[in-house]
Ligand binder design. Structure first.
Ligand code: HEM
Ligand code: SF4
Ligand code: SF4
Length: 534
């Protein structure tokens, strides 16, 4: 799978990075595919409710009512019909691009399997909604859809009597069957909405609304296309004749012609293998998982910052189980934790200024603790040569990770508490610090870039202290494939730092012990780290 992922990733990056420059990372549509999926769902839902006001659910008058909307009341009901159809098509496009992108960026394995796995029923329900929708127009395409769908269903040993018989001649078609389709077309999207909700319950602050500007532009474009090229029916049904040539909707019906070529059994086999493969993807091969974050109650004051910052809903607050004077404590669910370390960067106890033996924090990664991170910083500082020493704190997934010297890598840059920057600069371990993570619109850990920016800007706890010289700090957000851009930005920053007057005072090049916090430990941590915003 890795070579396939790499090729796809390259393809996405080829479009995404220029889009970043064109629209800005926040408005990049490729970073909003899930949110746009929700947005188009709402357009489909609202336009569908509107159409239902004018739609006649009886089999004899259904076609007529749709024609009336399209031709007579085209300026409202006709436009709504077209919006309904095109937004449904766009949902398919969004879902396809969205799942390919999550695959390309490898955000579907390990603890993240759930969102992928729950995407599978969404695909089925989306198609069931679309196909039953075509049925309701009761034109020649509807007849074709009805015939092929019922033959497909008849192939499965579910129904006592073959349902395809309903569509062979006028006498056999029952209104009850048509009413069932109307019911399905309303009920399945409701299940789809439920499925979409389940799909995102394991991630915190999911982006379910695109930025207003993007939503407005999409709606305007969709309305313009609806006026220019309205959705039309394909002629009244004639059950006495097989609908030999109909125009297909290739978004929803690409497999329908295959039933003629391959046969129904082969189409079912294809769908079965596709679903099985999709369902198994998160384990093909399984991701090697680091140990989940662990809580050290002696250093936890129940401040909830880790809960706020975890992108995967892996932490919750529970009643205190020790004697410290706080009502709650953090608790990690290891099944949901991806070991990104963002919570470590959020915890007020994560203070690198402490003595080595005291360098414990409320929440830490067993495989790469804050203490190890600080040791690594000190080690790398000793290797920095030349007149301008710039240290790179790099996310393993971003552009800076490939840097060989002067780099301290970690699972996500948001693992580094802002006090680590303060520590590096105030202890004169480097002349400048570059914090390097994924491209802004494609953070591997969803919120790592945003939280880092907000902490540095004083908008989010823990703040970067005002005393930290901002001219000696630079954030570089580039993807792993943008190594040249990364190097150019780093060189530019190094030149800027070189032009600065020497830092004052220049202290010793090793960490200085500071007084250990008094008891209760966790209470002290909280006050110690509530640095003032800028
Ligand atoms: C109507 C269809 C769908 C909608 C509206 C939708 C929506 C979303 C949204 C809003 C997110 C959260 C994005 C974020 O804030 O980071 C998300 C994440 C995700 N979705 Fe979908 N999705 C849909 C279908 C699918 C399908 C079919 C798949 C794959 C089979 C899929 C796989 C994923 C994965 C892997 C994630 C990432 C979870 C993570 O970051 O841990 N989605 N989706
Ligand atoms: S390391 Fe922390 S922030 Fe990251 S998933 Fe685990 S608990 Fe959440
Ligand atoms: S003290 Fe640390 S571990 Fe405890 S709730 Fe706050 S951030 Fe989480």
């Amino acid at each position: 799978m890795a070579p396939l992922r790499r090729v796809l990733r390259y393809g996405f990056e080829l479009i995404e990075r220029p889009f970043d420059r064109l629209f800005g990372p926040a408005l990049n549509p490729l970073a909003q595919l899930g949110a746009l999926g929700f947005f188009f769902f709402w357009i489909v839902a609202v336009s569908g409710i509107y159409l239902f006001i004018f739609f006649d659910t009886g089999i004899e008058r259904a076609y007529q009512s749709v024609e009336w909307m399209t031709n007579v009341h085209w300026y409202h009901a006709g436009v709504m019909r077209t919006l309904h159809r095109y937004a449904s098509d766009l949902m398919v496009v969004m879902v396809a691009c969205h799942l390919l992108r999550e695959f390309a960026y490898d955000r579907y394995r390990g603890a993240r399997w759930f969102s992928w796995f729950t995407g599978l029923p969404i695909i089925w329900m989306l198609y069931a909604s679309g196909i039953t929708g075509y049925w309701l127009v009761w034109d020649k395409l509807a007849q074709y859809v009805a015939l092929v769908s019922s033959e497909l269903l008849d192939w499965l040993p579910i129904f006592g009597e073959p349902i395809a018989r309903n569509f062979i001649s006028t006498g056999t078609l029952t209104s009850r069957f048509f009413t069932l389709m109307v019911f399905m077309h309303v009920a399945v999207p409701l299940f789809l909405l439920f499925g979409m909700w389940v799909h995102i319950i394991r991630i915190s602050r999911p982006k379910i609304n695109p930025p207003r500007m993007l939503a407005a532009l999409s709606l305007i474009a969709l309305t313009a296309v609806s006026l220019w090229k309205p959705a039309l029916s394909q002629g009244r049904v004639d059950l006495a004749q097989y609908p030999a040539s109909v125009g297909l909707d290739w978004f929803y019906l690409p497999l329908y012609p295959l039933t003629n070529i391959w046969g129904n059994g082969a189409v079912w086999a294809f769908l079965g293998v596709f679903s099985l493969m999709m369902g198994m993807m998160p384990w093909l091969p399984p991701l090697r998982r680091a140990k989940a974050a662990a809580i050290d109650l002696d250093h936890c004051n129940g401040c909830e910052r880790c809960v706020q910052d975890c992108p995967y809903e892996a932490i919750r607050m529970v009643r205190r189980t020790d004697n410290l004077p706080f009502p709650t404590q953090a608790q990690v669910n290891p099944a949901l934790c991806v070991s990104c370390g963002i919570c470590v960067g959020a915890c007020p106890s994560s203070t690198p200024f402490r003595r080595t033996e005291d360098l414990k924090t409320g929440i830490d990664l067993p495989d790469y603790s804050l203490k190890e991170l600080r040791e690594r910083v000190v080690e790398v500082a000793a290797t920095l040569k030349g007149p301008t020493r710039v240290m790179v704190l790099a996310c393993e997934k971003g552009g800076g990770a490939g840097q060989l010297t002067g780099t301290v890598a970690m699972p996500c840059v948001a693992m580094a508490p802002p006090s680590l920057i303060d520590f590096i600069l105030s202890k004169n371990l480097a002349d400048g610090v570059a914090v390097a993570g994924c491209a802004e619109s494609a953070c591997y850990n969803r919120l790592g870039v945003a939280w880092t920016e907000q902490r540095f800007a004083g908008e989010r706890d823990p703040y970067l202290r005002a005393r930290v010289p901002r001219e000696r700090l630079r954030t570089i957000w580039t993807s792993a494939l943008q190594t040249r851009t990364f190097e150019a930005e780093l060189a530019e920053f190094t030149a800027e730092v070189a032009a600065l007057p020497p830092p004052k005072p220049r202290g010793a090049a090793s960490p200085q012990p500071v007084a250990p916090p008094s008891v209760p430990q966790a209470a002290a941590n909280e006050t110690e780290n509530r640095s003032a915003p800028l």
